[in-house]
Ligand binder design. Structure first.
Ligand SMILES: Nc1ncnc2c1ncn2[C@@H]1O[C@H](COP(=O)(O)OP(=O)(O)OP(=O)(O)O)[C@@H](O)[C@H]1O
Ligand SMILES: [Mg+2]
Length: 256
């Protein structure tokens, strides 16, 4: 059974059909890519899967459950983690606070524990902090844990978003242009990191990306979206040489 399956999904913004008859099937631990020109509907697909928008038509089955109509926080706690194209961080919170906060949906010590500092509360808090540090370490930003996000370079902020998404222990991670605005060194690190979380955590990954290199090296299967429709789907080599894809997208704007 696929981990995530989208069937015949469409979405209208008023008179604009942003996504038309979209289908997707992701197996556990698979890495998939989604490419396409600006305004093709890529981010809208992420927003539909994560419950920010409700599809006009179609179904989204995750882990055997239809998740259409569920709230974003419910979908997140079922195991779909994501990052945003335009970072959504709390500028004046620290790196560590971001990653700890993401785990609070899982605590069980309750209000009494919170007030009176019970042993259970102390133990859970210690576990949350330990997990947060582990994630920050994995991302190479542990030494920034007490920095406010507002003071960090862009590449590090992207990593905080990913750490926060991973803190909810997702089964699949949706990354919306994770390398946007990164320099070559940060780009190489990010690719290594995506490989690492995939192999160490066994996560499925669904990646929106403009850089051909990232897609070619990481993804097993890639979809090309143009005006809300998938015009090609297949292994990256096949996609790169597909005349329809070259005409609609690669010839114009792909960044190697
Ligand atoms: N909330 C909204 N209300 C109305 N129209 C929207 C909304 N969000 C997106 N759109 C429109 O839907 C279309 C798809 O937008 P989307 O952001 O999904 O594209 P994208 O493929 O992610 O583009 P980019 O590569 O620039 O990030 C665009 O025409 C966009 O203007
Ligand atoms: Mg987008």
């Amino acid at each position: 059974m696929p981990l995530l399956q989208v069937k015949d999904m469409s979405h209208d913004f008023g008179g604009l059909r942003a996504v038309n008859n979209y289908n997707l099937s992701i197996e556990p631990a698979q890495i998939r890519g989604l490419i396409g020109p600006n305004g093709a509907g890529k981010t809208t697909i992420f927003n539909l899967i994560t419950g920010i928008y409700k599809p006009t038509e179609g179904s989204i089955i995750f882990n055997g459950h239809n998740i259409v109509g569920k709230f974003p926080h419910e979908i997140a706690s079922m195991g779909i983690g994501r990052t945003f194209q335009n970072l959504r961080l709390w500028r004046h919170m620290t790196v560590l606070e971001h990653v700890k906060m993401a785990q609070y949906s899982k605590i069980t010590y309750g209000i009494i524990g919170a007030f009176f500092g019970t042993a259970k509360r102390n133990r859970e808090e210690a576990e949350i902090e330990e997990r947060a540090f582990k994630l920050l370490d994995m991302l190479g930003i542990k030494e920034l844990s007490d920095q406010k996000v507002v003071n960090l370079p862009y590449g590090a902020q992207r990593k905080v978003e990913i750490a926060r998404a991973l803190a909810t222990e997702p089964k699949i991670l949706l990354l919306d242009e994770p390398t946007a605005g990164m320099n070559p060194e940060e780009l190489a690190q990010m690719m290594d990191f995506i490989r690492q979380i995939h192999s160490e955590l066994g996560l499925a990954i669904f990646l929106i990306e403009h850089r051909l290199r990232v897609i070619m090296e990481l993804c097993e299967i890639v979809q090309t979206l143009v005006f809300g429709e998938v015009i090609a789907e297949g292994p990256p080599d096949e996609i790169k040489n597909n005349p329809k894809v070259i005409e609609a997208y690669l010839g114009k704007e792909m960044v190697a």
